[in-house]
Design a protein around this ligand. Structure first.
Ligand SMILES: C=CC1=C(C)c2cc3[nH]c(cc4nc(cc5[nH]c(cc1n2)c(C)c5CCC(=O)O)C(CCC(=O)O)=C4C)c(C)c3C=C
Ligand SMILES: [Fe+2]
Ligand SMILES: [Fe+2]
Length: 341
């Protein structure tokens, strides 16, 4: 029987916390036209400006969360790969990173060298964005085409409101939700507003009115990152049995001067402390593996900001990582991935 390989793809990290490695990683990441979506000369100029100070700051942040085995994101992704292996019986399970190593190119070439012709590509992002999902798919297609690998791709679709994903999220958070808390903040990675307008197929829906994301359906929902985040949050809250006043949504990791989607996590942390929230739970459902954005931005800086603003305790709920229910969910979702045209 023809083997069906599974290729899990996460974002990637620098090779080490050395400033030079962080600069190389940030350059590859930010020069991706799906991430900084400006014409090449402007993108080159802007990224070069960012690369003056950012590598040093980011290297410092990475050093504060780095594990003896390496970057948490890469280590946790490897552990996920190992956990998925025994359940994916159709063929080999490979892991790649969109930026840095192991690359999508090396993983696909390795599979093709084993005679694999069918690959299920799994971008590990629950919500769709050009800067995550599209760039992974395009890179995989480029590699297959350029190296004439003769590989046919099936592609895991954004799973932001798939019951298996939401139920795994609830199971992974259960022990935290059972303890007393004042509020749950669901903090998603942010996105420049411009990216939403670009992927809005109607050109007239996104960011029009306070409830455009709640109203999004069909092709608008399929391409709106913010609307998908709202669906994840509402689906999670309903399954976890939370009242509407017990939770809210925010967006973190803003970079540069452009307007990013709101509300900003930084603003919400101050507001919640001012409103008298003492014990705050924070979950980050845009990330399936803990990484610098969860461990450092929320777990370190966010915690400090919240307590300085008057809060008492910020508890970071771990990402899905290798939770058993998530492993089972991922295998099921990947098993249903449609063949790409
Ligand atoms: C224009 C810049 C960025 C966009 C757009 C963006 C979208 C985006 N990113 C993730 C997931 C992750 N991002 C991570 C780190 C990270 N992101 C940016 C910038 C943009 N992201 C930078 C510069 C960095 C590096 C860290 C830093 O210098 O601050 C990570 C973690 C990587 C790690 O090694 O731990 C993840 C994961 C999503 C889901 C997303 C769009 C929705
Ligand atoms: Fe990012
Ligand atoms: Fe939208």
């Amino acid at each position: 029987m023809t083997k069906q390989a599974l290729l899990l793809v996460n974002l990637g990290s620098p090779a080490s916390t050395e400033v030079a490695d962080v600069r190389r990683y940030l350059n590859q990441f930010l020069m991706d036209p799906y991430v900084v979506d400006l014409p090449w000369p402007l993108r080159r100029l802007l990224v070069s400006l960012i690369l003056i100070k950012r590598p040093e700051q980011s290297a410092h942040a990475y050093a504060s969360i780095w594990w003896p085995e390496g970057s948490p994101l890469v280590v946790l992704s490897r552990r996920l790969q190992e956990a998925v292996r025994p359940h994916w019986t159709q063929g080999p399970v490979e892991l790649a990173m969109r930026y840095g190593e192991p690359s999508i190119e090396s993983a696909l070439k390795r599979l093709a060298a084993q005679g694999i012709t069918q690959v299920t590509l799994a971008p590990l992002y629950p919500q769709f964005a050009d800067s995550t999902t599209t760039t992974v798919i395009q890179e995989a297609r480029r590699v297959v085409r350029t190296h004439d690998l003769g590989v046919q791709l099936s592609i895991l679709q954004p799973f932001y409101e798939e019951p298996e994903y939401l139920e795994a999220l609830v199971a992974s958070a259960r022990s935290y939700l059972e303890q007393p808390f004042d509020h749950l903040l669901l903090s998603f990675h942010g996105l420049p507003e411009r990216h939403l307008h670009k992927s809005d197929p109607t050109g007239a829906h996104c960011l029009k009115g306070d409830d455009c994301c709640q109203r999004a359906e069909g092709e608008v929902l399929a391409s709106c990152y913010r609307a998908q985040c709202m669906r994840t949050a509402a689906g999670f809250a309903a399954r976890a049995g939370l009242r509407d006043d017990q939770w809210s949504v925010s967006f973190q990791s803003r970079l540069g001067r452009a307007k990013w989607i709101e509300p900003y996590t930084e603003t919400r942390l101050d507001e919640l402390a001012e409103q008298g929230v003492k014990k705050l739970l924070v979950m980050c459902p845009a990330f399936v593996s803990d990484c610098i954005e969860t461990l450092e931005e929320i777990g370190d800086r966010g915690r400090e900001q919240f307590t300085e603003a008057g809060g008492e305790e910020l508890v970071l709920v771990p990402c899905l990582n290798t939770h058993e229910d998530w492993v089972q969910a991922l295998v099921k979702l990947c098993g249903r991935a449609p063949l790409a045209l």
